[in-house]
Write a protein that binds this ligand. Structure first.
Ligand code: EPU
Length: 349
């Protein structure tokens, strides 16, 4: 266990915000976490409390006045095998992509589309990470947590996590109650490729010459697409998609369609996906690009030139105010042009 006061968070958020916290606690096991909570020291820790993983989906808007908790519980093991169904367990502090690599190397299906997503496994399960037609919720068997109300460990089934698009009850409803210690995933030893998203099948076919892929092949195709489209946070500060893809009533979508019709003619099809019950999901990247932001630069910040859904710390010297100001301008322009309000995907602290 490590407890430090006035600690820099610069290396702990992929946006590269140069902020600090009043206190940082890092624990290495559920037992250490439990001991801390029943110790004298616990009552001296400044409030509020915040649990972080790899800091890959956070925007610190200022120095954090309270205590940041970080799990260093790092392990990965197979826990059971029942026919073709294989369960593995990973510590909350295990790098998510280490889990994806392990699965691919061991011929296990279920995480390959989620390869290359930065961050740690606990946070991945809290925010229901997703990419290329898959979400972690599809493979979460259970999330093992410390419950601050009962002061005991609790295994919460994937179903009870109330997963939805980039959210779960850990973010809404039961926020702050549970600290994730590990995650149990249910994978398949028989082929279950999910290649329906965009150009993924073409990218996989190019690697296999049309033969049946292994999970490792899908992983390689996904990493190839990601590397071509998304900035590497180790090089350019960013937190992935800054906004969620908005889900709007069909009447709002028709406003967007009319806009496109007047500009591009009747052959043009606005990218969109049916979201059920009269709702439509429109890629925020498209809306932002239409408003002219793709590749935009202002001071130390900008909009990534290959994926306008990503706001970047272009020089490495951005301060939170610059990101917030650009976020506001983008949001306002999308409302003014399309009447659609974008909501951030990145959690603002
Ligand atoms: N598009 C544009 N211009 C661009 C790029 C994209 O108009 O420059 C439009 C295209 O129509 C494209 C569509 O946006 O078909 C979707 O683009 P893409 O497939 O790149 O995905 P996305 O919707 O922008 C989502 C996730 C990503 C995930 C990708 C791939 C959200 C908020 N983002 O992005 O997740 O990697 O799909 O599955 O759902 C993240 O959460 O941080 C993240 C990167």
């Amino acid at each position: 266990m490590k407890i430090g006061r006035n600690i820099s968070l610069t290396g702990r958020n992929t946006f590269g915000m140069k902020v600090s916290c009043a206190c940082l606690v890092e624990y290495d096991s559920p037992e250490e976490y439990r001991e801390l909570l029943s110790s004298e020291v616990f009552h001296t820790l400044p409030l509020p409390f915040l649990h972080i993983g790899g800091g890959s989906n956070l925007l610190f808007t200022a120095d954090f006045p309270g205590t940041v908790f970080h799990s260093r519980i790092d392990f990965l093991k197979e826990v059971s095998r029942d026919g073709d169904s294989v369960r593995i367990e990973a510590g909350a502090g295990t790098l998510w992509d280490k889990v994806c690599l392990y699965c691919a190397e061991n011929g296990l299906w279920g995480t390959e589309n989620l390869s290359g997503i930065p961050g740690e496994t606990g946070a991945a399960a809290v925010q229901n990470i997703g990419a290329y037609g898959a979400e972690i919720k599809d493979v979460v068997e259970s999330v093992v947590c410390f419950d601050s109300v009962t002061e005991g460990m609790k295994s919460i089934s994937g179903e009870d996590c109330r997963y939805d698009y980039r959210t779960s009850m850990f973010k809404e409803g039961a926020k702050g109650r549970y600290a994730v210690m590990s995650v149990v995933l249910r994978l398949s030893a028989v082929p279950k490729p999910k290649l329906g998203y965009g150009h993924l099948k073409a990218a996989v076919d190019a690697l296999t010459d049309g033969a049946e892929p292994e999970p490792m092949t899908v992983r390689k195709a996904v990493l190839g697409i990601r590397n071509a489209k998304l900035p590497d946070p180790a090089v350019t500060g960013n937190a992935g998609s800054f906004f969620k893809n908005p889900v709007v009533p069909r009447s709002s979508y028709e406003v967007v369609e009319n806009y496109a019709l007047s500009l591009y003619g009747s052959d043009y099809i606005v990218p969109h996906f049916d979201a059920g019950a009269g709702f439509v999901k429109i890629p925020a990247a498209w809306l932002i690009e239409q408003c002219g932001w793709k590749g935009y630069r202002e001071g130390n910040v900008g909009v990534y030139e290959k994926q306008p859904l990503v706001i970047i710390n272009a020089t490495g010297n951005a301060v939170p105010g610059e990101i917030l100001s650009l976020e506001k301008k983008i949001t306002e322009s999308v409302i003014n042009t399309f009447g659609i309000e974008l909501t951030p995907e990145v959690e603002h602290i």
